[in-house]
Write a protein that binds this ligand. Structure first.
Ligand SMILES: [Zn+2]
Length: 772
């Protein structure tokens, strides 16, 4: 599949026609190349020498467009020289400002940027891919974007062209209906300059790297996933992305020994998806396709690639992969007819190795990744900030501004909570992410709407998964009917590291549980915009929708994502004409039950729930008997987790819903709880776990001295004794019992209740007596 190289917008064409000066810049004669930095691949260890004129020079062996050179810098301070030496390693693709001769690097305005490292091959076996026009490029120089760089596996070669791509190949849709042409997730064919410089780079011993020629570049045998030996290459072009239509490849570094791929099949849907259950067995491994867990994304990013899709017409898009989400929101800023102030807001930035996929996905939707104006990060984990630096580089290269948003708590740590309590809790963002930290200029204000015209975003501080995790709500105006729909973006995928109470995670376990209940209780959400595609089946819903729409029988009844996504759980009970469980509340319930319930301990030996093991809110180690409490809302019935998510009989592949393999033990559609926002007259508990609080953990059989941290005090709302809690009853075995409890509660009423050590409201033999 050859992509058109360059789609010039009519605006640019008009600008080119406007003036004679512009004609020079827009001409295609080959003598209009802007000055640029040189680029090459390091194949030796750099050395530092004292310069005759003072200071030091750095020399490094590089495979360049001009041949095998030892490039020496102009004299720099010894400190800078040492830093440059440490920065450069064999296998690095680097750029520099050309000096007076082909083996000199000129002084850079910032000496530390005498060399910039663009990509690092090292000795890693991990696959590396880079689109030509997006992602990694040679650095900007003298006001012009640098020449393009690409990377991938070599899939084809003619005397004048070379084709590179990844390992994503899709032959049929999820209903098994074949595509006329298999979809290659990433593949580009480039023009090759007649005098292209070619190097065979030996990654097992870089010193053995040597000049080669175009005819000698091996080509990967075929696209079959069972073809595990693959030819990897880096490519350098003579032009930047603005002239991609004229660009030719002028240098190729191909790597020996060849790369290996994992030999496992690749699907559009998440690995282990129920949609693979009818796909039979893999002839290579003999295993059922549904049972094959794909190699992780850091080693083989293409295993998680999937196609992007529109969720709300012209406004909300999914551009992530089939494991982690990334969304685009197109905001008109309240001036729908004026494009000049529009914002392109990107939510989360995925895995570091997968940038090329996200840029490709955006391009497929007609969005230039360089048009992003704002990047919002939910929390400081590498599967969400992975491509931030690459995105920043891309923007730097074209001289555009990107505003980076994050939670202060995950960027600099928690110094205080919203009740004014002081803390000293380290952030999740690793110290090594200096650039992200330095360039995050906007910290979220919580619990309020950011208004962008047709798009509104609210951020809710929800520690647990990390100290600074956030949840987000997106309100998006549907241009079809002019009505706003609300999507809930729940932050934090894993329970990793919180399975059992430790000194450091205790407050996060309690805060995590609180966050789920708070979201269920306070927010009305129409649809789920999941943070991970294997927590809520957003990608499967799209693929099922696509298969439905491709069925010729449905040609006259095409559906959209808003038809395919369920707002309410299909099989949830209906009370007073309303289904009681939303898909969003249901997704939250799954995660909440993992941390909360004893069933967790029975289902997974590694897990110790709050019920059995705490921590318990201070002073409630033996529960509370007959305490007074004021009900602050209308209370609601919460159903136990319904395993089949987004069941939607409109679409055949969704007819039974999507049960995910994560946390199956929480499947409990016959359990019910009454949950309420409540002000408990408990002077011992302050809405947080105090620093250094020691408590016995029955499940662990030992006392734990906990680090402190905020729980309900993550919100500004005030109660009588502490910030209001969102509490729920112990499990009720029927909807009728839940209705009996609910019938006794009136907002504003003060009742006598009892609590278990885990702060669950005790239900007596007669459920109607729960709130007295
Ligand atoms: Zn995370």
């Amino acid at each position: 599949m050859q992509q058109p190289f360059f789609k010039r917008s009519s605006v640019q064409l008009a600008a080119c026609a406007a003036t004679a000066a512009a004609l020079v810049a827009c001409g295609g004669s080959g003598d209009d190349l802007p000055p640029s930095r040189s680029a090459g691949l390091v194949y030796g260890t750099p050395t530092v020498a004292a310069a005759a004129t003072g200071g030091s020079t750095v020399s490094v062996a590089v495979l360049t467009r001009d041949g095998m050179k030892t490039i020496s810098t102009a004299p720099v301070s010894t400190e800078v020289a040492t830093a440059l030496q440490a920065q450069l390693a064999p296998g690095d693709l680097v750029d520099w400002i050309p000096g007076a001769t082909a083996d000199q690097a000129a002084a850079a305005p910032d000496p530390a940027q005498t060399f910039n490292v663009l990509m690092s091959k090292g000795s890693a076996t991990a696959a590396q891919f880079d689109m030509s026009r997006y992602g990694v490029e040679v650095s900007r120089h003298e006001g012009a974007p640098g020449p393009m760089v690409a990377a991938g596996w070599v899939y084809g070669k003619t005397p004048g062209t070379i084709t590179v791509g990844d390992g994503g190949l899709v032959k049929a849709d999820m209903a098994g209906r074949a595509y006329d042409t298999p979809i290659k997730r990433y593949e580009e064919t480039f023009q090759v300059a007649r005098d292209v410089k070619v190097f065979a780079v030996d990654t097992s011993d870089y010193a053995k790297s040597a000049a080669s020629d175009y005819a000698s570049i091996p080509v990967t045998a075929n696209y079959d996933y069972s073809t595990t030996s693959r030819q990897a290459a880096y490519l350098l072009f003579d032009r930047n992305h603005e002239r991609a239509d004229k660009a030719k490849v002028v240098a190729i570094w191909y790597f020996t020994p060849q790369s290996t791929s994992d030999g496992k099949p690749v699907w559009d849907v998440p690995t282990l998806s129920p949609l693979l259950a009818d796909k039979g067995n893999d002839p290579v491994s003999g295993q059922p396709y549904v049972a094959i867990n794909a190699t992780g994304v850091t080693a083989a990013p293409y295993t998680r690639s999937t196609e992007p899709f529109e969720m709300v017409k012209d406004t909300l898009y999914f551009v992530g992969d089939n494991e982690v989400s990334s969304y685009i929101l197109k905001a008109d800023m309240g001036t729908p007819n004026d494009k000049s102030d529009d914002k392109i807001i990107k939510i989360d930035a995925g895995w570091a190795n997968s940038g090329y996929q996200y840029w490709k996905n955006m391009e497929l939707l007609g969005i230039d990744p360089r048009s992003v104006t704002d990047l919002w990060l939910t929390h400081g984990h590498g599967d969400h900030y992975g491509t931030v630096v690459e995105q920043l580089r891309m923007m730097d290269n074209v001289g555009k501004k990107l505003t980076l948003w994050g939670s202060k708590e995950d960027t600099t740590g928690i110094q205080s909570d919203l009740q004014g309590n002081s803390w000293n809790i380290a952030p999740a963002l690793p110290a090594s992410e200096t650039e992200i930290r330095a360039r995050t200029t906007e910290f979220y204000k919580f619990d309020q709407w950011y208004e962008f015209g047709n798009v509104r975003i609210m951020v809710i501080f929800s520690p647990g998964h990390t100290p600074g995790s956030t949840n987000m709500l997106f309100q998006v105006k549907n241009p079809v009917d002019g009505k706003f729909v609300t999507f809930g973006y729940h932050g934090g995928y894993g329970f990793n590291g919180m399975e059992r109470p430790t000194a450091t995670n205790g407050w996060r376990r309690l805060a995590w549980q609180h966050g789920f209940s708070y979201l269920q209780q306070k927010l009305e959400v129409d649809f789920v915009a999941p943070q991970h595609a294997n927590h809520f089946p957003i990608v499967e819903v799209y693929q099922a929708l696509k298969a439905y729409n491709r069925d010729p029988a449905n040609a006259n009844k095409q559906l959209t994502m808003l038809d395919a996504l369920r707002s309410k759980v299909f099989d949830s009970p209906v009370v007073a004409g309303q289904s009681i469980t939303s898909e969003f509340a249901n997704q939250l319930e799954k995660r909440r039950s993992v941390v909360s319930y004893k069933a967790t301990d029975n289902a997974a030996r590694t897990r110790m729930s709050l019920e059995t093991s705490g921590p318990f809110k201070p002073g409630r180690e033996n529960g509370l008997v007959n305490v007074r409490a004021t009900v602050l809302d209308d209370a609601r019935i919460v159903q136990g987790f319904v395993g089949a998510q987004n069941k939607n009989p409109l679409i055949p592949l969704l007819a039974d819903g999507m049960p995910t393999t994560l946390d199956p033990y929480t499947n409990d559609p016959n359990g019910y709880y009454v949950q309420v926002s409540i002000d408990v007259q408990d002077p011992l508990y302050k809405g947080y776990l105090p620093e250094g609080y020691t408590q016995f953990s029955p499940g662990m059989g030992t006392s734990i001295t906990y680090q402190g941290g905020p729980i309900e005090s993550t919100h500004a709302e005030r109660g009588t004794y502490h910030p209001p809690e969102v509490l729920r009853t112990v499990r009720l075995a029927s909807l009728q019992d839940a209705q009996k409890v609910l019938a006794r509660i009136v907002k504003g009423g003060t009742y006598t209740i009892s609590l278990t050590p885990a702060s669950e409201i005790v239900v007596p033999a007669d459920p109607a007596q729960t709130f007295q």
